[in-house]
Design a binder for this molecule. Structure first.
Ligand code: GLC
Length: 657
């Protein structure tokens, strides 16, 4: 967009750039800067225009983008251009992700590289390696308390090893995802240390107060994230003699984005990792980026503007790099992290689908799909060129963040229903075989979330303890059912390491004083590779899960209707145990797939006739794409066995799938 004020400022800035920058061949950089500058300038002005140093900081930002562009390798630049041409590349059904801790999965980065064939065998082609940067030796919030944004923890590896891994993966068509923890640093970060030593410049990088006046005002409306272990949102720093805002743990200092230096530093960090060969940057805790007295300090409009600016800046230097928004917020807020518009106000291309995740757990606990159907019906539609990250488990707890009105519409009372879910998933409910633990219990509000591994939550641990083979099979079916949902819903499925072999809760964290008070460690396993080897032996639990998932993944990759072009139609059926939706071919041709899932422990029936004729889909001779079977019919009704799902195609349309 051409606008005179920003354009003439851009010209001035380009004249003022350091000579060594001007001497470079910056053709692509200039065209992208020209295209994005109006947006960057307007947003930067909106947030920082009142400051005397506005222009100086605007120049500094352009220099960061230019310097990182100059440093970007030819290979990565070629990839940028290829992705610009094929801008919907990430919406394809071919992407399948897995999140893992490098040390838990394979010891260190070298180990991860050695295990890439294992991931490829399963069909994984996107790997999110959890934080591995230098962090406090004691408690470090699983690496999310970062002490140096550019240095890998020597126990995990070296920067060159990471680059070699990125390269190795790129050659194999795999994507690398890494975190940039944009909301806070650890209290051992150089900026925090300088702030502590009294340097005002760095005290302004954080929210620091000499008395409780402002902190008390904030506390009136801010919720607590870790109420049991880190109550309140401020921590007294003895050395400084001041209060610091610490929304998460007391050693995680919140960054102050009302200071443009912080924004520029963090753009530099994002581009640093983009240049190491990272394809997707997971932006941690993005809902928290802007703090305002009198609010909950989440989802503020300015947080969105910061993300839009980050995206615009990244598009100038490294347009092939995508962002994932980690915003575990109310369903009505989540979709906002894609941005307001796919072109002029874009934020993150990908967002965690925490709503779907929690709804799936509701369906497991209740054995019905009342809330699942309701919640998905009310999930706001998302932008084009945006996609979900669909997951069942991750390194965090399960939050029951449903919309209260959805719970009511599903026929429950919100408080009682959440209480039931908590009791169910933690195995307190008499009919439950789940083995989760409550996490983050807040005595004031009665809220709690749930920790636990997928296998333990769906009953595998209890089944093995009781030597109950039927219950073991049930648990395996539930694991496959849940994955069948994230593979077909629309978006990138993100598996969690260990789930592919049925890893149970690991309570060894209790022996480590730095972890003992955070039970999320029960589902951050150290992979037992002897157990993983059992996947090679027919009939073992590991083999049934691993091969089951492998099959689903390979089938998913061949189904164009599973690409995410907002081509999902949810169908209302008269059986509350079923979750049913139709995925149509993005080009509107043959090849629709009807997904039918039964969350109950008894067989259920679906009258296909009530679905009518949908396009090419006649529902006359349905065939399941995963098993190749023709499902049983009884009196013209489709029979769906307990905890089973189908990806149905109409046989007459088979040739087009
Ligand atoms: C994100 C991470 C979580 C961490 C928090 C604070 O939510 O997923 O593990 O505790 O950010 O960094």
């Amino acid at each position: 967009m051409y606008e005179q004020v920003s354009h003439s400022l851009l010209n001035e800035i380009l004249d003022e750039l350091r000579p060594e920058i001007r001497r470079q061949n910056l053709r692509h950089f200039y065209t992208r800067l020209g295209a994005n500058f109006y947006a960057i300038h307007s947003l930067f002005y909106h947030l920082y225009g009142h400051r005397d140093d506005f222009k100086e900081k605007m120049i500094a930002l352009v220099e960061v983008m230019a310097n990182r562009y100059i440093e970007r390798s030819d290979e990565l630049e070629r990839l940028d251009m290829a992705r610009e041409q094929d801008h919907n590349w990430f919406l394809s059904q071919e992407w399948i992700g897995m999140a893992l801790y490098a040390d838990g999965f394979a010891g260190d980065l070298k180990g991860v590289k050695k295990r890439i064939p294992y991931l490829q065998d399963l069909g994984i082609n996107m790997v999110h390696i959890m934080p591995m940067l230098v962090c406090p030796q004691g408690a470090s919030d699983g690496g999310y308390a970062v002490s140096n944004f550019r240095k890998i923890d020597p126990r995990i590896g070296k920067l060159e090893e990471l680059e070699a891994l990125a390269d190795y993966m790129r050659k194999r068509g795999m994507l690398l995802t890494l975190d940039v923890v944009v909301n806070h640093t650890s209290d051992e970060h150089e900026w925090a240390e300088k702030a502590r030593e009294g340097e005002e410049k760095y005290q302004n990088y954080y929210y620091i107060f000499h008395d409780r006046d402002v902190p008390d005002m904030f506390e009136e409306t801010m919720p607590e994230i870790f109420p049991e272990t880190s109550p309140g949102n401020f921590t007294w720093d003895e050395v400084m003699g001041k209060w610091v805002m610490t929304v998460f743990n007391s050693n995680q200092w919140d960054l102050n984005y009302s200071n443009p230096r912080v924004f520029i530093e963090m753009v530099d960090v994002i581009l640093f990792w983009a240049n190491r060969g990272v394809d997707i940057v997971r932006l941690d805790a993005v809902a928290f980026l802007w703090k305002k007295v009198g609010t909950i300090c989440q989802n503020e409009r300015e947080a969105h503007l910061i993300l839009q600016m980050m995206k615009d800046c990244c598009q100038v230097t490294a347009p092939g790099v995508l962002f994932i928004a980690e915003a575990i917020v109310a369903p009505s807020e989540i979709t906002k992290y894609f941005g307001e518009d796919a072109i002029i106000a874009k934020e993150c291309e990908i967002a965690y689908n925490a709503t779907f995740m929690a709804l799936l757990w509701d369906a497991i606990a209740t054995k019905n799909c009342n809330l699942l159907n309701q919640g998905i019906l009310n999930l706001p539609s998302k932008l084009d060129r945006a996609t979900w990250l669909n997951y069942i488990r991750c390194h965090d707890d399960i939050g029951l963040g449903f919309d209260d009105s959805d719970i009511e519409r599903a026929g429950y009372e919100p408080f009682a229903h959440r209480h039931f879910l908590l009791e169910y998933l933690t195995g307190k409910y008499e009919d439950s075989d789940a083995r989760g633990q409550p996490f983050g219990r807040n005595e004031k509000t009665g809220d709690a979330r749930i920790s636990g591994s997928l296998a333990s939550l769906v009953g595998l641990e209890a089944a093995l303890e009781h030597g109950d083979e039927e219950a073991t099979e049930r648990a395996i079916k539930r694991i496959l059912l849940l994955h069948g949902m994230i593979f077909s819903f629309g978006g990138i499925p993100l598996l969690y390491y260990g789930d592919e072999i049925g890893t149970l809760n690991d309570c060894s964290f209790l022996e480590d004083e730095n972890r003992a008070n955070d039970n999320r460690w029960m589902h951050r396993p150290k992979i037992d590779w002897n157990k993983a080897e059992r996947r090679l032996h027919r009939g073992t639990i590991e083999q049934k899960i691993f091969d089951g998932l492998k099959k689903q993944i390979s089938v998913r990759k061949t189904i164009p209707a599973f690409a995410d072009f907002n081509n999902r139609e949810q169908l209302t059926v008269d059986n509350e145990h079923l979750f049913v939706f139709l995925r149509s071919h993005p080009e509107g041709t043959n090849g629709a797939v009807l997904v039918v899932a039964n969350f109950d422990d008894r067989p259920q029936y679906l009258d296909l006739a009530i679905l009518g004729n949908r396009g090419q889909f006649q529902f006359s001779q349905p065939q399941d794409l995963v098993s190749g079977e023709k499902p049983s019919m009884f009196k013209e009704q489709l029979v769906i066995p307990p905890f089973r799902f189908y990806w149905l195609t109409d046989q007459s349309a088979l040739g087009f799938v």
